[in-house]
Design a protein around this ligand. Sequence first.
Ligand code: NAD
Length: 431
Amino acid sequence: MDSVGDTLQRLRETFSAGRTRPAEFRATQLEGLGRFLRDNKQLLQEALARDLRKGTQLDRAFIRKEPFGLVLIIVPWNYPLNLTLVPLVGALAAGNCVVLKPSEISKNMEQVLAEVLPRYLDQSCFAMVLGGPEETGQLLEHRFDYIFFTGSPRVGRIVMTAAAKHLTPVTLELGGKNPCYVDDNCDPETVANRVAFFRYFNTGQTCVAPDYVLCSPEMQERLLPALQSTIARFFGEDPRSSPNLGRIINDKHFQRLQGLLGCGRVAIGGQSDQSDRYIAPTVLVDVQETEPVMQEEIFGPILPIVNVRSLDEAIDFINRREKPLALYAFSKSSEVVKQVLARTSSGGFCGNDGFMHVSLASLPFGGVGASGMGRYHGKFSFDTFSHHRACLLRSQGMEKVYSIRYPPYTPRNLRMLLVAMETRSCSCTLL
Ligand code: NAD
């Protein structure tokens, strides 16, 4: 028999090859399960009787969405108001009490929120706790009924570990490296406008920003002049004096980003000034996969371009890495965009644009794998902050009918039970 490792590897290979994706494949497996039940009815009944000696019954059912209770919301610094209010709306709408922990790094917003926000909410259901890692660590020792965390994967692990002690469910909205595939069949000016807009928005300090471009060397040659002129159009010849370009949040992040400027070769930008934490909109080329700029989330105005020779190579590159929060594919061919979508996995996806999918309240927002778990926005926020309580209500009537489920189990009762179990009705599927 296979070792467990071999078995897991075999299943992963099946999954990676896309075998489980087609609808026919899934239908065949479900039909197989149906046949399994029919073909082995006797065998299964005997096994059930030997193990448990009992039957099951269901009746009219409904889902009651109930608040979890006491919710903790932990917020990062990069969109400190939006990432406070959007989860808070969901938590309060669902009827929870909330402890809010804003980011200590966006300290001006922290102060404003602490001073002003409580005036607008009933203090009996809302509290704020201020502080950094130490205070948050102490807070996490307490029991919460739900924790909603937005931040880095590193701290996400700390939060999940703390939550596990109390078996508290979590939503983790994390970050990572979002690939942006640019096919040869593209208009370079359009791609440059869209990629530059979303990469340099908020000075690149956006969890869903395109983190790096994957394209052929030929496409890179066409894209670079287009990016150069787009950046000049957006921010002028001296981006430092542009009112449309922000600054890096603090010295620690500035120094981290300055270190990344040493990766590959600077093709556009590259200037920086520590005195006002300025980093120019930058494009890096000749970047190796092993360099730090390709190992960590960039979270700044730096765009590396990595060369791939084909769509297959781009997809392999993406699939070798952790599942990203967002994935972007640019091509005039909808077939190419669809292929990238079908053969990869990510929290969200946008074809031929940046993070517009995040702006739609009709779409859930969240990560998968290392980019997080859970989802919110719009109605999904309400659902996230609600426990879906499965309920069955039954009256005391019809006891004669229900009595067929009671022992002693006679062949007649069993036949009637089977008929009842096969009844497809919204009010009663099983007796
Ligand atoms: P962070 O993980 O450093 O901090 C987030 C929160 O956790 C802050 O409130 C902070 O006080 C707290 N914290 C920090 N260290 C802690 C520790 N050791 N123990 C307990 N709590 C701790 O993240 P950040 O630097 O504020 O934000 C940037 C990260 O957030 C990036 O990775 C970015 O991609 C991610 N992010 C994700 C989303 C999303 O919606 N998925 C949105 C914005 C930012």
